[in-house]
Every structure is written in structure tokens, then in C-alpha cells.
Design a protein around this ligand. Structure first.
Ligand code: TXA
Ligand code: MG
Length: 347
């Protein structure tokens, strides 16, 4: 299949180009588009045959459910059985934005979306191109992240091109995504509001509104069985083996330097994922900077790019600095823990 790539400027949206994407979506085809978190791989969420194509292009297991993306709140009522009061408050505060809410599923939602579950995930993305696409399509757009299953999520059109070229008809290049990590997935379908995946909206922000909120323990401990189907799969994984170092930053630097020295003696090529503040303290291996540990949002927006870059460098072992797990740090450490397949060195 030939893949067309079109550039759309999110500040001056070219409606002729949007129409082109909408036509494909209406014909049951899939289109990759930017959101504020990561690029999505979208299809008509009410058309099972169209949604099947998403699973195929990603190589995604069919029991891993998809998020339905909407562009106005009226769409929500048609997709869910009930809207809890607390959801109303969260929606007012965080939509459009990087918060996905799990509801009891309405009858029109096809089983292929929910992987057979009785619940459905819905979010309203905060990106003008995504919103325009949904509004013009007049149906909810099902969209997982537009990476090959298991790979880091795409935060630039180039990442989508790497993974999806020849597999989908259209990629909308809307530039780099802002948040850089996926949305927070919050389950409101049971009595206890529970974060299943940390993301762009933080635990601290949610706790302000729901003091009793809990987090799935699997978020930073991969030995615990996750509550969200998608979280059980190997994810965000680089080709090379990766070790994640946590603890005091001076000791982290010291330990990474020692490990690098030892591994280089064994003939390994080493990649180090460092931060602005520490990058000059390494003198061995290839050093990549994910961002500033004083501004963890910069780490969030770059981390998937850095993992993809390191993969192209023929590295045998990646040594990654951890960061503090408060605020957006929780989501970053969740992704790094999974990328390292749980191999954490606490110093
Ligand atoms: O930021 C995002 O959320 C991006 C952009 C494109 O919107 N999308 C995204 O989708 O990350 P995906 O499919 O890569 O991740 C969705 C996560 C998966 O872990 C999936 O298992 C979980 O949400 N999920 C979806 N529906 C669910 C449900 N009904 N119950 C529990 N988990 C669900
Ligand atoms: Mg994903």
C-alpha cells in the first residue's frame, strides 16, 4: 500500500486536507494524526471492519482495547451507560486534554473496541487537528498510539513513518506532539476511581478532585498483574537491553559510570540516557539527553524520541537515569520501567 504524507499546520488548518483524511475515515480506512500526547492511528470507532485494520497495522493483540476519541461532550452520552458525577467534574476540568476515562460501555460500542470488556475508554484530545478530524467525521475515532505494538509511542510524524510506512494510506504530519507521553487512563467504572496508566494529567491533579483515588500497583512494579489489558504487554522497548537507575542522583551518576566502564571492558557498546544537569559527568559511551530533571515536562516530551534514537545506534546496553516519581515523573518512570523490562538498579 502506498502511504501519503500530508503536512497540516495546526494554527492554520487547511480544510481541504482535513476533508481528504475524513473521506478515508468515512470509507473505513485508517489515518494517522497528531494529538497533544502522541500520534494516533485512527479509524471509525463504530465500524468493526475499519477498527480491525488498526489491530492489523500495529500487530496489536485483539484483547487490548482501544480509546474512543470525541470532540464534544454530547457524543459521550451515546457511548456509555452512565456518566458518574465525578466524571462530570473531571471532564469540565480536564477535557479536552490528556485524560482518558473508562465508563460502563453503551450498546453501540462494538466489541472489537473493548476487547470484549464491559467498559469503554473515552477521551477528548486537546489538539486542533484531532478535534477537526473527529468533528468533520461525525463519529468517534478509535485510536491507539501509532507505533508498532511494543515500540515507543510516536511523538513526531517521522516516528509514524518508521513504523507505518506501506501499512496505512495516510499520515498527517502536524509537527511534534506537546506532552510526549500518552494520556492518563482513569477507571471510573467501579466504586474505586483507579489510575490504570499514569500520563499527562497527574495523580496530584486528580487527587485534588478525588481524594480517594488509587493507582494500579503495576504502574511502577511490573511484577504485579495490571488491571488494564494493555499494560501487561512488553512496551516501549528498545532493541538493546536497558537498565534503569533510581535513587540519589549523585550515586546514580557514579554507578552508571562504573557500569559503563565494566561493560565496555566486556566489549559492549553503551548508551547513556542522561539529563541536562548530568550529561557532562559521563566520559564513556554515547550520551543522550532526555531533557532537564528540573523541568520534567521536557523529559516527558523527549523520552520516546531518545529511545528511538538510541535504537538506531547499534548499542548493546542502555543505562538510563531515573527521575523523581512525583507529578509527570510518575508517567515517565512508568514508561522507563517498562522499557527496561523491570530491570531497575536502586542505588
Ligand atoms: O494519549 C493517548 O491515550 C493516545 C492518543 C493517540 O490518544 N492513545 C493511546 O492508546 O495511548 P493506546 O491504545 O496505545 O493505549 C490505550 C490504553 C491501553 O493500555 C489499553 O489497554 C487501555 O488504554 N484501555 C483501553 N480501553 C480500556 C478499558 N475498557 N479498560 C481498561 N483499559 C483500557
Ligand atoms: Mg500504545
Amino acid at each position: 500500500m502506498e502511504t501519503e504524507i500530508i503536512k497540516i499546520d495546526q494554527k492554520y488548518i487547511n480544510m481541504r486536507l482535513i476533508d481528504k483524511a475524513v473521506k478515508l475515515l468515512k470509507d473505513g480506512d485508517i489515518v494517522s494524526f497528531p494529538t497533544e500526547t502522541v500520534y494516533g492511528l485512527g479509524a471509525n470507532g463504530l465500524n468493526s471492519d475499519a477498527v480491525k485494520k488498526i489491530y492489523k497495522a500495529k500487530g496489536r493483540p485483539s484483547d487490548n482495547p482501544l480509546i474512543l476519541h470525541i470532540s464534544n461532550k454530547n457524543q459521550l452520552k451515546t457511548l456509555v451507560r452512565e456518566i458518574p458525577e465525578v466524571a462530570e467534574i473531571l471532564i469540565k476540568r480536564f477535557w479536552p486534554g490528556p485524560l482518558t476515562i473508562i465508563f460502563k460501555k453503551g450498546r453501540i460500542v462494538p466489541d472489537i473496541i473493548t476487547g470484549g470488556l464491559d467498559t469503554v475508554a473515552v477521551r477528548m484530545p486537546n489538539h486542533p487537528i484531532a478535534l477537526e478530524l473527529i468533528t468533520q467525521s461525525e463519529f468517534p475515532i478509535a485510536a491507539p498510539s501509532a507505533n508498532t505494538s511494543g515500540k515507543p509511542s510516536p511523538t513526531k510524524a517521522n516516528h509514524v513513518i518508521q513504523d507505518m510506512m506501506g501499512k496505512i494510506p495516510l499520515i498527517i504530519d502536524g509537527g511534534s506532539t506537546e506532552v510526549g507521553l500518552e494520556s492518563t487512563v482513569l477507571d471510573l467504572s467501579t466504586n474505586i476511581p483507579r489510575i490504570l496508566r499514569p500520563g499527562g494529567v497527574t495523580l496530584e491533579e486528580l487527587r485534588d478532585i478525588i481524594p480517594s483515588i488509587v493507582q494500579d500497583e503495576n504502574i511502577i512494579n511490573i511484577d504485579v498483574q495490571p488491571k488494564s489489558p494493555g499494560q501487561k504487554y512488553k512496551h516501549y522497548a528498545p532493541e538493546a537491553e536497558m537498565l534503569l537507575f533510581t535513587g540519589d542522583i549523585d550515586r546514580i551518576v557514579e554507578k552508571i559510570n562504573l557500569q559503563a566502564e565494566e561493560s565496555i571492558l566486556q566489549g559492549k557498546r553503551i548508551g547513556i540516557i542522561a539529563t541536562e544537569e548530568t550529561k557532562d559527568r559521563y566520559n564513556k559511551g554515547v550520551v543522550l539527553v532526555s531533557g532537564s530533571r528540573n523541568k520534567p515536562n521536557t523529559v516527558a516530551s523527549n523520552i520516546f524520541t531518545v529511545i528511538r534514537e538510541i535504537d538506531k545506534m547499534n548499542i548493546d546496553l542502555i543505562l538510563a537515569e531515573g527521575i523523581d516519581i512525583d507529578n509527570i515523573g510518575m508517567a515517565i518512570m512508568n514508561r522507563l520501567t517498562k522499557a527496561a523490562d523491570g530491570k531497575i538498579v536502586h542505588v
